[in-house]
Ligand binder design. Structure first.
Ligand code: CA2
Length: 388
């Protein structure tokens, strides 16, 4: 069985005993068991170690007794070039995890000198960030992606997985209420699943609240990322006559927006796309930004705060306000969703059909928000089958 090495750095042996507001109440022993379970669920064994000593962490990295590393380097994150060098030198891929939101604490915590040596840095998601780190690593080990830039900004990148020439394409847009601690690792498992089934997958990042995003910048990023398929196709021969945009949650708003570009009035933002979407899959999508105002500590308001004042921002950004989309749509939503209420999809599907769009809508009893991005879920399987 392939193996992941979990490394926790200084002071993390104190987890659960102090400062639960920042680090939660799970102890290190409990966390390590959870990580074993998370790794097991995706077919990996997991060895765990913790040390307060920099040299011990470097020795563990150098041992190579595993296929990949998940590491929380503790405060060494912010100044240990020795750890950076050990991770860079290692042939094993690594994912960096932090429990707290290091970007929104003391300024000296915001920077990680270790990040450039890692596949990804996951932070601000509590201990569940370790699960996401394990899944990111597992996806990379299963089908390695190549990361391509579609623009000069750090977040203007995407992960491409393609196995055969002339594959149709699925573009994945992650959710997280447009906030910076949520990144494209969330869509890795769907991207791997689609690639295995013969699709090329393009799992994109975009600028978010706190990393220079907001409306309309984030929309433009997503549009650029979709158009970048024309560039990728020169090297990988993609079948651009079938381009499906798959968006979860806030990524659903972005997918519906990007999918509508071919339908936009000339000269308006996003009109005249280089690459047109044939279908949009909305997984619990945010479709009505006005009705979404109160969700997730008023994230929609923060997202729209940067919009130009002379435009009707809802007509520009809120799917229910810019219908019809033009592309075919498959919308799925769970009735137990407490992040994005199912009414968003119910009202949207009705309005989109009235506006002349082709919409397939499936509702799943007792299914919550995050289940939809599990490739084994009935919801994803249903959406996937509907595409065929
Ligand atoms: O957020 C994280 O996971 C950190 O990597 C944790 C480190 C901190 O130095 C980083 O800036 C961010 C270690 C924090 C100390 O750990 C404790 C945990 C529980 C109780 C007391 C300390």
């Amino acid at each position: 069985m392939p193996k992941i090495l979990l490394i926790n750095g200084p002071n993390l042996n104190r987890l659960g005993f102090r400062d639960p507001e920042t680090y939660g109440s799970t102890t290190l022993v409990e966390l390590e068991q959870l990580c074993r379970d998370w790794a097991g669920s995706v077919g990996f064994e997991l060895d765990a170690m913790q040390s307060n000593h920099e040299g011990d962490l470097i020795d563990a990295i150098q041992q190579h007794g595993a296929d990949g590393i998940v590491i929380n380097p503790g405060a060494f994150t912010h100044y240990s070039y020795a750890l950076h060098d050990a991770l860079t030198d290692s042939p094993l891929p690594s994912v960096e995890v932090h429990i707290s939101n290091i970007k929104e604490r003391e300024p000296w915590r915001a920077n990680s000198v270790v990040s450039p040596a890692c596949l990804s840095t996951i932070y601000g998601r509590g201990i569940n960030g370790y699960a996401d780190g394990i899944y990111r690593l597992a996806a990379h080990l299963e089908i390695p992606a190549t990361t391509h830039a579609y623009g000069p900004e750090l977040d203007q990148v995407g992960d491409l997985r393609v196995r055969a020439s002339n594959s149709p394409v699925m573009v994945f847009m992650h959710g997280g209420f447009w906030r910076h601690q949520w990144t494209r690792d969330l869509m890795d498992r769907l991207a791997v699943d689609a690639t295995k089934a013969g699709w090329a997958s393009w799992n994109i990042e975009y600028r978010r609240i706190g990393t220079g995003g907001g409306w309309p910048t984030t929309g433009f990023d997503v549009g650029l990322a979709v158009d970048h398929l024309a560039v990728l196709s020169q090297e990988h021969e993609l079948d651009l006559s079938r381009v499906v945009l798959v968006g979860h949650s806030a990524g659903g708003q972005l997918a519906l927006w990007a999918g509508s570009r071919g339908n936009r009035p000339p000269m308006s933002p996003g009109a005249d796309p280089l690459v047109r979407a044939t279908d949009v899959v909305g997984l619990a999508p945010i479709t009505d930004l006005r009705a979404a105002k109160s969700l997730s500590s008023e994230a929609a308001g923060q997202f729209l705060a940067s919009a130009r004042t002379h435009t009707d921002v809802y007509r520009e950004a809120s799917p229910v306000d810019f219908l019809p989309i033009g592309a075919n749509q498959i919308i799925v939503h769970g009735t137990a969703d407490t992040d994005v209420p199912v009414e968003q999809s119910q009202a949207y599907a009705r309005a989109a059909r009235e506006a002349g769009d082709t919409v397939v809508y499936h509702e799943f009893d007792d299914v919550d928000h995050m289940t939809l991005i599990d490739p084994a879920s009935e919801a994803w399987q249903t959406a996937f089958a509907a595409l065929a």
